[in-house]
Design a protein around this ligand. Structure first.
Ligand code: CA
Length: 468
């Protein structure tokens, strides 16, 4: 069922073997191998933006700026986050490693703090780009402590949920850099559209009198199987059902009626449209500063979000709504524009991609790969699968779920060793678990094999069911 360019053994070898081979904070400046001047880099990372909540995937959502950037650039249609929870996902984006490798498990960032901040044994993409001669700056949501502690030379955390101060900092930074030949790396970490939703009237009006569609996998409450549990084993805890997350008395977690989901989604889309507008303004400012031509602009989110899908809110699960995110790359120097790339992409690819584009050395042994080949040729290298996990639920290591996603299938293994197998082509809303269907045994075994390989190599100590 897979369409793969590499054998599993080749992928595993390429992905994991060799270990973390770079010495943190080495003196090597990383000579650029590109003839062109190294590009500036701007990453806009949003918070909890589901892959279906963007105009190019869903005509109900108004995101003209992201749509245009996608048309002028490359949309990565199958982008998966290493882990669908904020702090851990951010640590993965910054280090290029899975949570159990960098040590920030779920919302517990102590492992990242120890390795990156205190012992300085693990570099972030900010450290590595600074080594390559980049000016670096951060604005917005950190979730991992002061950003200057983990490699950014300038900037700070901004707390306002409208992201106005974040984009104001970005605008000022662009102005400051416009006459400076040194390339820059700017990380813009928006807080939108994370709950509590605070849509402005201006953007709510965009969705006034608009019918908000509800996905086919909408339910008022989740089923009781383990894959829907967002808490500890057997707890059947559902995040976002605390009152603090309410928007106008609409519960953000189950149970929710169809009408309640529609109103909640309306506010969610309004916040996304405001964010889209802020992104459009940022790109205009880049153009006005004369910097757009040589700036790589990447948009993605730290995780997705359930809008009543399977009866859930929030993320953490292994469903598409949780682990799959919108992702695009815009760069006027691209040879390959206006492409929707269908290949499996991981958030762990961000670090090697940025280093590759900067002409900087890419550390060996990382689980991610550079996406640069896709920028030149849409038929770039494929990979057999990507992995996502959230195994620190409730602050307890090993609690939670993990998944392997191939182009056709998804395999989920939960903390209680329940298994799920979805045929993403026939069942993109993941309504039918085919793990128990004997005629899928060959596929199931193959997916189990991928999972076991990944668990061994990523240090996942969970004990799988016997025979797997
Ligand atoms: Ca998040």
């Amino acid at each position: 069922m897979d369409k793969t360019g590499l054998t599993r053994a080749e992928f595993i070898k390429a992905a994991f073997l060799g270990g973390w081979a770079i010495t943190a904070f080495a003196d090597d400046k990383g000579e650029s191998s590109t003839k062109e001047p190294p590009p500036n880099i701007i990453v806009v990372l949003s918070d909890d933006h589901c892959f279906r909540g963007v105009g190019y995937n869903n005509s109900a959502v108004k995101t003209p700026n992201l749509d245009r950037l996608g048309v002028e650039g490359i949309i990565f249609d199958r982008a998966y986050i290493a882990t669908p929870i904020c702090a851990s996902s951010r640590a993965s984006l910054l280090t290029g490693l899975f949570p159990q490798q960098h040590g920030a498990i779920a919302l517990d960032g102590s492992g990242f703090q120890e390795k990156v901040v205190e012992k300085k044994s693990l570099p972030t993409v900010a450290h590595l780009l600074a080594q390559a001669g980049y000016a670096t700056a951060f604005c917005g949501k950190s979730h991992l402590g002061p950003p200057r502690d983990y490699g950014f030379a300038e900037g700070e955390e901004h707390m306002d949920r409208s992201d106005d101060s974040t984009f104001q900092f970005a605008a000022q930074y662009i102005q400051k850099r416009k006459d400076n030949p040194k390339p820059f790396f700017l990380w813009v970490a928006a807080r939108q559209p994370h709950i509590p939703l605070e849509p402005s009237e201006e953007w709510l009006k965009v969705y006034e009198d608009v019918e908000i569609p509800v996905d086919p996998n909408f339910r008022e409450s989740p089923p009781q199987e383990s894959i829907y549990n967002q808490g500890l084993p057997g707890e059947h805890y559902y995040r976002d059902n605390e009152s603090r997350n309410n928007y106008q008395n609409l519960p953000a977690g189950p149970p929710r009626s169809r009408e309640q989901i529609q109103e909640f989604t309306r506010a969610y889309y309004a916040v996304i449209s405001r964010l889209d507008h802020q992104i459009g303004t940022l790109v205009d400012q880049l153009k006005e500063a004369g910097l757009c031509e040589n700036t790589v602009f990447i948009y993605l989110s730290d995780n997705g979000y359930h809008l009543g899908n399977h009866g859930l809110g929030n993320k953490i699960t292994m469903h598409e709504e949780s682990v799959r995110v919108p992702m695009l790359l815009h760069w006027p120097r691209l040879a390959n524009k206006g492409v929707r790339n269908p290949n499996l992409v991981s958030s762990l690819d961000l670090l090697p991609t940025l280093l590759d584009l900067a002409g900087a050395p890419v550390p060996e042994g990382l689980p991610g790969v550079s996406l640069r080949p896709f920028l030149e040729d849409a038929s770039g290298p494929s990979r057999p699968y990507v992995v996502s996990e959230c195994v620190g639920v409730g602050g307890k290591r090993g609690m939670g779920h993990r998944m392997v996603r191939t182009e056709r299938c998804k395999y989920v293994l939960t903390d209680t060793n329940e298994e799920a197998l979805f045929d993403e082509e026939a069942d993109p809303y993941e309504l039918v678990n085919r793990a128990g269907d004997g005629k899928n045994q060959t596929v199931l075994n193959k997916m189990r094999g991928y999972m076991m390989d990944w668990m061994r190599l990523s240090g996942d100590t969970h004990q799988p069911p016997s025979g797997v």
